[in-house]
Design a protein. Structure first.
Length: 344
């Protein structure tokens, strides 16, 4: 499927493929008519970090450090790449130099970090401890870092291009892009139609590592926080027969991780749950998402809502109809299919 290289100049042209009892080609502006009063949309309000940083090892080797999101403690999880940048396809990037715990990384502007741990899953996955913290560290990251990009984008884009309309806390390694299309005007139209809007924060990680064995591990554990008002809104919506629509895979993962004993538990947590076709959804009835290719971790998550066969047919239909993919592309609304007793 062809990649979108920028948001559409005319938002009214944003396309929406509805996948439910049947498939229907619609526009994003039709969303209030596709839902009903009493439904609830939950968005991820994480702002996108400038998560791509250039560094050198103490031996002088160049390395790109891509932060995976915010740390659970003091150390930041990160993925290492060798020399080069986003203009080279991820799978063609050279491997980074080998590092071990205790090795130093030097960034521009006087920022330094130490490798605190090399993950057992891959020598490219590390935890790093910066020599600054709090506001000074964030200021250094924003001064030295760039947003994560991929080779299908022809030009370097500013960080503001990778923020959703409701971005708040800087937690995300990549934009939680499903929410990008929910502009202020569209949110107002939803509320006017009696559809609730609530938010949570989930540290959206990287969508690709360039290495099949590593991509198979995605998504990695990611911190989230569900406010009490959002947990209450989800529980009350479901209790009165309304539907909960998650805007994006990260919103699904946070809500399903927080769903315990028939209700959503408020507060912070770490999403370690793998949502796929073997998972019985506990809190979400539909997902608003982008176009995801079969075989990707995002596609696997969608199989919790609809069968792989249905989703493969939807992808083929979208490709034939000229839908656009990736973070500036078109959207799908996928309703949860009834599960048979054998599939539950």
């Amino acid at each position: 499927m062809r990649a979108a290289t920028a948001a559409r100049a005319e938002p009214a042209a944003d396309r929406l493929l509805v996948v439910g009892d049947a498939m229907d080609d619609r526009r994003l502006d039709d969303l209030p008519a596709l839902l009903r009063a009493g439904d609830l949309i939950v968005v991820n309000d994480a702002a996108t970090l400038p998560a791509s940083l250039r560094a050198r090892t103490r031996a002088g080797d160049e390395v790109e450090v891509r932060l995976l999101g915010v740390p659970v403690g003091d150390a930041w999880p990160a993925l290492l790449f060798g020399s080069g940048d986003w203009r080279t396809q991820t799978e063609d990037r050279p491997r980074p130099p080998a590092v071990t715990a205790g090795d130093g990384l030097d960034f521009a502007g006087g920022l330094h970090a130490t490798v605190a741990r090399v993950w057992p899953e891959s020598p490219r996955l590390v935890d790093v401890l910066f020599d600054q913290s709090g506001a000074p560290l964030l200021a250094a990251l924003y001064a030295q870092g760039r947003p994560v990009q991929y080779a299908y984008l022809p030009e370097p884009l500013p960080l503001r291009s990778f923020q959703t309309p409701f971005a708040a806390r800087p937690w995300a390694a990549e934009m939680p892009s499903a929410g990008r299309v929910l502009t202020a005007a569209r949110l107002h139209a939803l509320r006017r139609a009696g559809i609730g809007v609530a938010s949570l924060t989930h540290a959206a990680g990287l969508s690709s590592t360039g290495e099949p064995a590593l991509d198979a591990l995605l998504p990695l554990p990611e911190p989230y926080e569900v406010p009490a008002r959002t947990a209450r809104a989800v529980d009350e919506t479901r209790a009165r027969g309304g539907r909960v629509i998650a805007a994006g895979t990260t919103a699904v993962r946070a809500l399903e991780s927080a769903a315990v004993g028939g209700r959503v538990e408020p507060g912070p947590g770490v999403a370690r749950l793998r949502v796929d076709g073997s998972h019985a959804l506990r809190s979400v009835d539909a997902i608003l998402t982008g176009m995801h290719e079969p075989g990707s971790s995002h596609f696997d998550l969608l199989t919790a809502f609809a069968s792989a066969d249905t989703l493969t047919r939807a992808h083929a239909r979208a490709e034939a109809a000229g839908y656009l993919a990736h973070e500036f592309g078109d959207s799908m609304l996928v309703w949860r299919e009834p599960r048979t007793a054998s599939a539950a």
